[in-house]
Design a protein around this ligand. Structure first.
Ligand code: FES
Ligand code: FE2
Length: 436
């Protein structure tokens, strides 16, 4: 458990807060490209507690500016998209994508007042289905050479979903390798052939054992955590009865993402992006090392579970997450259906909007969570002391690749080698350049 003061420091995201200032040193997913493609390219964005409007101007350039008009505060999401910017419908003040007011058509002829009027504006870039914003000071960092950024757009599918809770508890479920044996337990195994686009439904590594069975039958993993240049590498070892060891490598990407295997074909790189202190979006980049991603199928699967434009899950606290006691008795550990996203959503939302960490009791399997909090504290101190260069991935990031995320089965005791070989086999057969 930690003090209330530390819990506030690690979780709050507004400008000037401890963690908020760390998060502002990194590119943040602000919207899916899909959202701007729904007709008029203007969407509201609430990010790190700030209300913004994202738009594509007539030259095709993206802008992300303050949502409230600096004149008298109306909502610029209803603005007129014209003259290469956004024009407020109340009195016609016109803003370009740098946030500069360039015209005040109701003010006296020749007035230069507009030159003094600006609204917040943040740099944005588009990368593999996501629009990213940089809300911090100085020059934004470069994007590392992660697989999800290197892969061609045909091989990456991006989607998002709303979780009504603080971002840190959302992230912490992703660096907790033990929960998969319980929260995501299926009491029966599905046919892995029906696994496309789903997590934990494939066969485990190069075996015929369904992943669901392996997780169910071996619930006490040994978990190792290593510090890396991007964050943390987590290795979960499950020692099988036949003497072999199942090795599952997942990662935390500082400050708020994870990279995990989904199947032999795909990995998931997932950001837990603060909307404000009590809400977050997960943004996932599903990256294929094999065939182009069947985006229509993946989108359809996920749209069935989410409502637009909020991307709020149809199962939620208001309908008890679809909880069914008889299903819990016979089919799943949670009684909340087969979609593992719903299980994670229930776990992180039911803690309360911001988990009360003064009352928690961390065990040995929570080692990733402990190490990550330590790293976040170190980053907060670095920012406060003006040592931004000491933060992960704020310098030269060209050599930061992968991260390796996979399942392997080792029978000779060399677990590291088993992971490397399994990863190399996937990369060697990959149609895009995935060499690391
Ligand atoms: S409130 Fe926007 S121009 Fe007046
Ligand atoms: Fe999970």
């Amino acid at each position: 458990m930690i003090s209330q003061e530390l819990n506030d420091s690690l979780t709050h995201v507004g400008a000037g807060t401890d963690a908020g200032e760390v998060l502002r040193r990194y590119w943040q997913p602000a919207a899916l490209v899909d959202e701007l493609d729904q007709g008029r390219p203007v969407v509201p964005v609430r990010l790190l507690g700030e209300d913004l409007v994202l738009f594509r101007d007539s030259a095709g350039e993206l802008g992300l500016i303050g949502r409230r008009c600096p004149h008298r505060g109306v909502d610029l999401c209803y603005g007129r998209l014209e003259d290469n910017g956004l024009r407020c419908p109340f009195h016609g003040w016109h803003f370009n994508r740098t946030g500069q007011c360039v015209e005040q058509p109701g003010e006296p002829e020749g007035s230069r007042m507009h030159e003094q009027i600006t609204t917040p504006a943040y740099p944005v870039v588009e990368k593999n289905g996501i629009i990213w914003a940089y809300m911090g000071p100085g020059t934004p960092p470069d994007f590392p050479n992660f697989d999800c950024f290197r892969a061609p757009t045909t091989h990456v599918f991006a989607f998002k979903g709303l979780w009504e809770c603080n971002w840190l508890q959302a992230l912490e479920v992703g660096i907790d390798p033990a929960h998969a044996s319980f929260l995501h337990r299926f009491l029966q195994d599905e046919d892995p052939a029906d696994s496309y686009g789903k997590q934990f439904r494939d066969k485990a590594a190069n075996t015929d054992i369904p992943m669901t069975r392996l997780l169910r039958e071996y619930p006490r993993p040994d978990i190792e955590v290593e510090d890396t240049d991007y964050g943390l590498k987590l290795t979960a070892l499950r020692h099988l009865d036949d003497g072999r060891t199942h090795v599952r490598v997942t990662n935390q990407i500082f400050p708020e993402a994870i990279c995990i295997p989904m199947s032999r074909e795909m990995t998931i790189t997932q950001w837990h992006v603060p909307i404000d202190d009590e809400n977050c979006y997960w943004y996932s980049m599903f990256t294929s090392f094999d065939k182009p991603v069947d985006k229509d199928l993946m989108r359809q699967q996920r749209l069935k579970e989410h409502e637009l434009p909020s991307y709020a899950p149809r199962k939620n606290a208001r309908n008890n997450y679809g909880y069914d006691a008889s299903e819990q008795a016979t089919e799943t550990y949670t009684g909340m259906g087969l979609d593992i996203n719903v299980h994670d959503q229930w776990a992180v939302e039911s803690m309360g909007a911001i988990q009360d960490r003064t009352a928690e009791h961390l065990g040995k399997t929570d080692v990733g969570i402990i190490r990550n909090r330590r790293r976040l504290r170190a980053a907060i101190a670095a920012v406060q002391e003006g040592r931004d260069a000491d933060l992960p991935m704020r310098g030269d990031v060209t050599a930061i690749v992968g991260p390796v995320s996979n399942d392997a089965l080792a029978d000779n005791g060399d677990l590291e080698q088993a992971t490397c070989e399994s990863d190399a086999a996937r990369r060697n057969a990959c149609p895009w350049d995935a060499q690391i």
